[in-house]
Ligand binder design. Structure first.
Ligand code: FAD
Ligand code: NAP
Length: 339
């Protein structure tokens, strides 16, 4: 166990921001975390738990005690007639975990294939893709309360999951270190193929009989063709959330912009595709120095190499402003901004 000072975070965030942590340590067990939290530096520098760094924009150096969660392990902890309960260490790579479950024929995670990051961050923003969210398969999680230094179990209802939201992103922001997550997966699959280009991709693949393996591969193919690989171009996925507006506002927008992309929600409101709004304001493929908007997906801001977090952030402010002016809609950032 070691604590490092002025430690580079460049290879620990997918935007590739060249920033430093005041203190940095990694832990692979609860005991190692307890050791780090017992250090005098903990009292003066609040802890910041880091996963895969794929949903963070560092605007500058981080004056915290940055603690990288590397707790591993995947185990079946229970089962009944219909479900298996799988517990995974927070530091497990998400896609590795998903692939493992798919290999075992445990269903429910296939639409969430190839999302970057680690298991521990998956409940943070209730990750979602292709019509499935983590809350649909979530059973519980274990977390260390960084104030009380006690462990606590959170069940699904306590996590206040919403669209790319949870209690850990709001009321308990920075308070808990998630140690493990338990998922309730199906023995008999329930397929979700109506979303986005999945059906088309399954047809392209020549799939005659559906399986979770085929759906996972279809999702992998679509994502690989559309999204920038952070190993090649720095990014943190969708920078903004899709905004929710009232039915009246959607109607008014549709009259002025007949091509608007929107989806009705169960509560009577509409979700607008933020990527479409950004594209309509002419940002798709925009580049200013090394800060830019991806050429195939306008919702993704990119670092072509040497952009600073501040430059990416300022670009996001300009985009937000133009959307407000043209559509009267306020975009909310999905990416976590630090400091
Ligand atoms: P980090 O970026 O390390 O951390 C994110 C936040 O969670 C930070 O506030 C951090 O402090 C906190 N945190 C992390 N781990 C813990 C822990 N163990 N305990 C307490 N707090 C913790 N997201 C989606 O929802 N759907 C997608 O389809 C999707 N596609 C993406 C595609 C690309 C190319 C990229 C780059 C990102 C994408 N994302 C997507 C965003 C991102 O992958 C997810 O939000 C992912 O869950 C972040 O995991 P992470 O481990 O990298 O978290
Ligand atoms: P897409 O399929 O081109 O669709 C564009 C937007 O329309 C998406 O944001 C999606 O909303 C919405 N949408 C599409 N079909 C829908 C349907 N049948 N019902 C309701 N909403 C629908 O999107 P994409 O960019 O290629 O991404 C595909 C999936 O991966 C999406 O679910 C997206 O959220 C997810 N993704 C997330 C991130 C991230 O960083 N958060 C990055 C890349 C991809 P939703 O976003 O609400 O699903």
């Amino acid at each position: 166990m070691q604590l490092f000072e002025h430690y580079s975070l460049k290879s620990f965030n997918t935007f590739g921001m060249d920033v430093y942590a005041r203190y940095f340590g990694a832990f692979s067990t609860g005991d190692e975390l307890a050791w780090l939290l017992g250090l005098p530096e903990f009292a003066t520098h609040p802890p910041f738990i880091l996963g895969g760094g794929s949903n963070i924009l560092f605007r500058g150096n981080v004056e915290n005690l940055v603690l990288k969660n590397e707790i591993r392990g995947i185990e079946k902890v229970n089962e009944d007639n219909d479900h298996v309960y799988i517990k995974a260490g927070a530091g497990e790579n998400w896609h590795h975990f998903v692939s493992h479950c798919i290999e075992q024929d445990w269903a429910g995670l296939e639409n969430l294939s190839l999302i970057p990051g680690n298991v521990g961050a998956s409940p943070m923003q209730n990750i979602g893709a292709y019509g499935v969210e983590v809350k649909d398969v979530f059973h519980s999680l274990e977390a260390l309360d960084l104030e009380e230094k006690t462990t606590r179990t959170f069940y699904r209802e306590e996590c206040e999951f919403g669209y790319r939201e949870s209690i850990f992103k709001r009321k308990y922001k920075g308070r808990f270190a998630i140690l493990s997550v338990t998922f309730r997966l199906d023995k008999t699959p329930r397929y979700h193929t109506s979303y986005g280009a999945i059906t088309q991709e399954l047809a392209n693949m020549g799939v005659r009989e559906l399986s979770i393996q085929a759906i996972s591969q279809a999702v992998i193919n679509i994502r690989s063709s559309k999204l920038p690989d952070p190993a090649v171009i720095g990014n943190a996925g969708s920078f903004f959330k899709n905004p929710e507006v009232s039915a009246a506002k959607e109607q008014q927008l549709r009259e002025n912009f007949p091509g608007i992309v929107s989806y009705p929600l169960a509560n009577g409101n509409y979700k607008l595709a933020a990527g479409w709004l950004i594209e309509q304001c002419g940002w798709k493929g925009y580049r200013d120095g090394d800060a830019g908007v991806h050429e195939r997906q306008a919702l993704v801001l990119v670092n072509y190499g040497q952009a600073t977090g501040e430059e990416i952030y300022r670009l996001s402010e300009r985009i937000e402003e133009s959307i407000r002016e043209k559509f009267g809609v306020t975009l909310e950032r999905e990416v976590n901004i630090y400091p």
